[in-house]
Design a binder for this molecule. Sequence first.
Ligand SMILES: Cc1ncc(COP(=O)(O)O)c(C=O)c1O
Length: 377
Amino acid sequence: MNSNDLNLLARAEVRDLASYNAGLSTEAVRKRFGLTRVAKLGSNENPLGPAPAVTAAMAQACSEIALYPDASCEALRNALSAKLGVPGKQLVFGNGSEDLLSIISRVFLDHGDEVVTVVPSFGLHFIYPLAAGAQVIGVPMTASGAFDLPSMLAAITPRTRLLMFSCPSNPVGSTLTADELRQLLDALPAHCLLVFDEAYYEYAQFEAEYPDCLGLIQASGKPFILLRTFSKAYSLAGLRIGYGIVSDPLLADLIDRLRTPFNVNRVAQAAAVAALADDEHLQTTLAHVARERRRLTAALQELGLSTAPSMANFLYFTTARPAEEINQALLREGVIIKPWREAGYAQHLRVSIGSCEDNDIFLTALARVLAVQEMRT
Ligand SMILES: Cc1ncc(COP(=O)(O)O)c(C=O)c1O
């Protein structure tokens, strides 16, 4: 069978679907360029690692891996319910929040439905709805990297089933103000479910200006699913665990129908409970990221690069050269960042806030790469 015939075996929606750009691993870059030291700043991971108690909790859970995990994530559900002041029945759990994005797309979307999101965007906000047969309308962020609220609202039609975007936005890092969020909620029609992806919540709420988005959304009375993750500030990306807060237990029930029954493994559940209990470690992470984000912003500006204001653990910046060119040159220097590949954004890159040392490696390499490119032009 040739590849065309094999392609025809897939559903029509899947045939032309772009794969998610998951970036390169440290190991792949080490091997490809014969390097010993690699600064991995492409996936918004937490350089400080998880809370110390996480290791012991994982070891304990590992001694029980012959048993299926708790399908209802009871211990974590109770811990989160107490921390957030949200009834346990209004929490859902996923194998990473990306699992929940996939389930949500399958539960709520059908052929002909529309999803409104923003561009540049987190890739899965396009990929999963498209795979479900929906049409995705990407509303461009403004030139300064802000949400274009009037255009987002204007994009909602009677066929819009989901308004789905991240706040802080990935890759830009920008956020909505309380007034903007209220305005958006007021205008949201009943047929449109809000999927508010707050993967970078902990970093944002460390800043005084970040509104209590959950509180505002809850107060609106509108149907919503608000997503968070243990991958970022809690540093459990390798374990895959995220959660959602839903406006009504019925939404949790609908999501439960399409998730795989044991979608969150035993080790991840135990690690998340331990991570949640260590607020001191979380605060250390948040302070480090805020400090280093300020330093990196200033250093990038000194290199003549403009960055969008960010409340997350990454910065989005624009260069005069194609992003892929800069990316390749940085990879040879042992630095992994993320060049943006969406049409219209090919001169934009996103760099994660790493350890002080990795950030220095990035800045030195970038200065060198830009200087070489300048000499060539
Ligand atoms: C905006 C956003 N949502 C969701 C995710 C998925 O996170 P995870 O599946 O690791 O919880 C990410 C990961 O980068 C993200 O940036």
